[in-house]
Design a protein around this ligand. Sequence first.
Ligand code: PLP
Length: 418
Amino acid sequence: MIMSNYKMAESNNRIIPTEDKIFGINQAAKKMAAEIGEDKVINATVGSLLDDNGNLVILSSVVEVLKGLNPNDYANYAPIAGTPDFAKAINRAAFGSYIPKAYTETVATPGGTGAIRNTIQNYSKRGDQVLTSDWYWGPYNTIAQEIERTIATFTLTDDQGKFNTVSFEIKVNELLSKQGSLVIILNTPAHNPTGYSLDLEDWNNVIRVIKDSVADGKKKLTLLVDVAYLDYAGDEEENRKFFPLLEGLPDNILVVIAYSLSKSYTMYGMRSGAMICMTGNKEIAEEFKTVCSFSARGTWSNCNRSAMATLSNIYSDDDLLAKVTNERRQYCEMLLRRGKAFQDAANEISLDTVPFDAGFFVTVRCENAEAVGLELQKEGIFIVPVGKGLRVSIASISEDKCRSLPPRILKAINKING
Ligand code: PLP
């Protein structure tokens, strides 16, 4: 159901649903669990990492730091772009041991969401299309609509399960033939909702395509790399190996990294993150800081100072940083085991999943996803239909449940689709 018959509010060309689908399915799962018992229900709807008992994973090492903050750390305003210590800390959090050979500037944002919003606002025009893959995180569409843009998509993977460079190239060129500038959002590693990660070959293809597309210097392109799941995709160093490939691009290609503290530091509710630009041109980096700070001032003003102080404190103490990293690593391994359990069971019965590498979600391709989802609910299984498939949150269910799901999903697909 979508909003219609506006009374006082203006629609401003937005398509606004009247209910939150994921919230609705989650509520239905909880209701059934209360009626027939938790053990008979699999609630794979939640987009946060839960332990095997269904409790939110919270990094205790981060909580300790939070509890030790000074009143000034939470009572005072923060500078619009973030405190200088936060800027340093978040660069290390995002880039790890890699030190960019590029001009970088940082602007604090309320989570990765704010970074996505500010990038679209500042690097595309009203009415423009923003490009991302056909499977994508729904709020990209909400954010784009909210600031009068729309989303266009390319096909994420090809028949071999590799990044679909052909589809990507066609779409980039098509949009650049119509617009003076283009924002592209790539969510990797551990893409939501598929779990796909671009490998270095994919990245080289992406870079070749974007360089070629603006080689005549007449158009501008911004590549927004949404790394919301960067710290849950396996080896921390390995997953950051693509960063050096983003150096040395021409001035008319700007790279923006959207980094989020929500998952990496289990601070979902504290709304903290940053946008970090990479460019070979100092003036473009300075402009980034100015325009994105202006946008911040005009939307949320400054961001959560206590989250900034928490991250700064973690990065000022090597032992503390090691403690946080080790604690997260254990949960990351738990998540990877769940993903493997699901994928192995899916492979055994040839369940058609979008190529999965790591992350919070796996996506099963199927026709009539809504009907299959409802069929599964009869069996006490709650997963979210997304376009031409079903999004299974492996982040919110145990390894055993991950292993048990594929045959049950296949049974429901066969029942509905014959
Ligand atoms: N990007 C993707 C793909 C996400 O799934 C999320 C959170 O679920 C985010 C960005 C940003 O989240 P936050 O605004 O909480 O940092």
